[in-house]
Design a protein around this ligand. Structure first.
Ligand SMILES: Cc1ncc(C[n+]2csc(CCOP(=O)(O)OP(=O)(O)O)c2C)c(N)n1
Length: 320
């Protein structure tokens, strides 16, 4: 049990160190991709992925660093892709917003708001059809529930009782817009509960709490043969796109950030492990190992080759 919680902490550290490295090196302008940073949301993908089987599948949005690393643990592939190098499994053609690794069940991500939801519903339909036992977890922001395609997908998933977990990563913002200026309702969870699916929500920043809730949701999906909806609240630390804070932009205050920072997902998990008696040296070793993995991944990516010109069009069209 404690080993699982420690591995969850390791993943949180890996993700945070990776994004710290992005903040450190992005200014060199060698990572030619927009960055939608995960800082603040790490507990959600780490917790949900810890509840999934390795054969289960996920899809996400453009804000997908944490999800990619939580599902694949492939930090070398991650940085090779951000640096646009041929050594990336995606060969440097996708960038931060379109990370995927189907061999790890990371089926894809999209920059079009809500668009992963219908595709994931199709995946879940295929899995049900093939009776392969796989579950799909699709991650999307609170802005995605304003897309009509979200409701069409939810309806179809409930009608066909598909094995899908819809994970709403709710930071209360669509770029700079607050829910009160966007929503004609009070609770998205209540609305979704009107469909034939089970709903859950939390504002915990502890990945173990998220994992336990996701386990219950997944158990219900498998036994109850109906979809699940999990709304997790979090605070986006940085600007919508980019590596900086933006508390001077006028749509939110730094005090709000400080309140969430007091229960930062990485620091909180560390504190809880220490309280449970895990020796600090063990955590320091994990931190050193993950920091070194990130350092080496950046170094390898910087030294790697770009695709040659003839490879540019490979994998772009079906069968090519
Ligand atoms: C269909 C579509 N409409 C508009 C946009 C422009 N856009 C990019 S991000 C975004 C806000 C999305 O907010 P949310 O889904 O809550 O995700 P978050 O960025 O908070 O993670 C919008 C409107 C888009 N990418 N796709």
């Amino acid at each position: 049990m404690i080993d699982e919680a420690i591995d969850i902490y390791r993943k949180l550290v890996l993700i945070r160190r990776s994004e710290e490295a992005i903040r450190r090196w992005y200014g060199q302008d060698e990572m030619k991709t927009p960055m939608h940073m995960s800082m603040g949301e790490e507990a959600i993908p780490v917790g949900v992925c810890a509840a999934l089987a390795s054969t289960d599948q996920v899809m996400g949005t453009y804000r997908t660093h944490a999800l990619y690393l939580a599902k694949t643990d492939d930090v070398d592939g991650f940085f090779a892709e951000l640096y646009g190098r041929a050594s990336s499994p995606l060969r440097g053609k996708c960038g931060s917003m379109h990370l995927s690794a189907p061999e790890h069940g990371m089926m894809g991500c999209s920059a079009i708001v809500a668009s992963a939801v219908p595709v994931s519903t199709g995946l879940a339909f295929a899995n049900r059809y093939q009776a392969n036992g796989k579950l799909v977890a699709v991650f999307f922001g609170d802005g995605a529930v304003e897309g009509g395609v979200f409701w069409e997908s939810l309806n179809f998933a409930c009608l066909r009782q598909l094995p899908i977990l819809l994970v709403c990563e709710d930071n209360g913002l669509a770029v700079h817009t607050l829910p009160e200026t966007r929503h004609g309702y009070d609770s998205i969870t209540q609305l979704v509960a009107g469909y034939r699916c089970d709903t859950w929500e939390t504002d915990s920043t502890d990945a173990v709490v998220v994992r336990d809730l996701a386990r219950r949701a997944i158990g219900r999906i498998r036994e109850g043969k109906r979809p699940g909806f999990l709304r997790c609240r979090y605070y986006r630390y940085l600007e919508h796109v980019g590596i900086n804070t933006d508390f001077d932009a006028g749509y939110r205050t730094e005090e709000g950030y400080r309140e969430w920072l007091a229960r930062d997902p990485v620091d909180l998990r560390r504190r809880l492990l220490l309280e449970q008696g895990v020796p600090e040296e063990r955590l320091c070793r994990i931190e050193a190992v993950e920091t070194e993995r990130v350092r080496q991944a950046v170094e390898k990516a910087k030294a790697a080759e770009f695709c040659n010109q003839s490879a540019l069009y490979e994998g772009v069209f079906a069968g090519a």
